[in-house]
Design a protein around this ligand. Structure first.
Ligand SMILES: [Zn+2]
Length: 279
């Protein structure tokens, strides 16, 4: 499942290829993905120039000349596939295909169809029902220690669960929450309300650093963010704790108090952590 850094990398790849281009042809090959596609989507896309991009949480907004934005979510298995125009029929599970005025083809492929595409007026993007309830963007200026502390105040849940709540901070998934808590040396079971002051400041810094490192890895490992098969945005990244149960913890080599990366289950999802340094 693509997380925020993958979505950011996909958006940057789309931006490099599509910004300023005109869509000369658009085909929509089924009426729905996770939800019904907006009526007239192909007609609205055809002939439109792409004038901007923005990411909000795990959503990509592609802004069109004329005042509409395409709101895209990759879901569980969605991928954007770029390549030179070819005469063939659409690939398997390719639900939407765009062709640009400079001879490129952009396909949205989504075998499990948990992805979604909608249209929203650019001037009212944040009012869309999928975006309206989201908390601050973790890499944005509005996400500060004071804002995080205020959002956590009075929360009787573990900090792990609070960070997965999209109203507290937008776009974080299981992997990056585990990694950020490790970096901030905060125990995943700690009461959310008790994360304030210096701890909240450490956590904000850790969340930003963890996401920025992953985004940088995505950008540096791919030329123009496009993989050889034309797929955007998926890359190998080395996690410090995620998926590493029982492996030596990089922070405590040889220390008996840390028996290696631990795993517990919280809200039916695995949490990975260092048992010695996360408090
Ligand atoms: Zn450790």
């Amino acid at each position: 499942m693509p997380e925020l850094p993958e979505v950011e990398t996909v958006m940057r790849g789309l931006q490099l290829r599509l910004l300023g281009r005109r869509i000369v042809s658009a085909s929509v090959n089924r009426p729905d993905l996770r939800w019904m596609l907006p009526p007239g989507l192909a007609a609205r896309l055809t002939g439109a120039r792409v004038v901007g991009f923005r990411r909000r949480a795990k959503y990509i907004l592609m802004r069109l000349e004329g005042g509409d934005s395409v709101l895209l979510h990759l879901g569980m298995s969605g991928r954007m596939v770029l390549g030179p125009l070819r005469p063939n029929a659409p690939a398997l599970h390719e639900h939407v295909v765009l062709e640009t005025d400079d001879g490129w083809r952009v396909g949205f492929v989504d075998p499990r169809r948990f992805g979604s595409i909608d249209l929203v007026p650019t001037a009212a993007e944040d009012g869309h029902k999928l975006l309206a309830g989201l908390g601050p963007e973790p890499l944005g200026d509005l996400f500060t220690p004071a804002v995080l502390s205020a959002a956590l105040a009075g929360r009787r849940t573990p900090i792990k669960a609070a960070l997965l709540d999209q109203r507290v901070v937008a776009g974080l998934g299981n992997i990056y929450v585990c990694e950020a808590l490790f970096r901030a040396k905060i125990a995943p079971v700690r009461l959310a309300a008790s994360v304030a002051g210096a701890k909240a400041a450490r956590l904000v810094t850790a969340i930003r650093a963890t996401l920025n490192e992953a985004i940088a890895a995505g950008g540096s490992s791919l030329r123009d963010y496009v993989q050889p098969e034309g797929e955007l945005g998926y890359f190998q990244h080395a996690w410090k704790v995620y998926g590493r149960e029982g492996e030596p913890c990089e922070r405590c080599p040889g220390l008996p108090a840390c028996a290696g990366v631990g795993r517990i289950v919280q809200s039916a999802r695995s949490t990975f952590y260092c048992p010695r340094t996360q408090r």
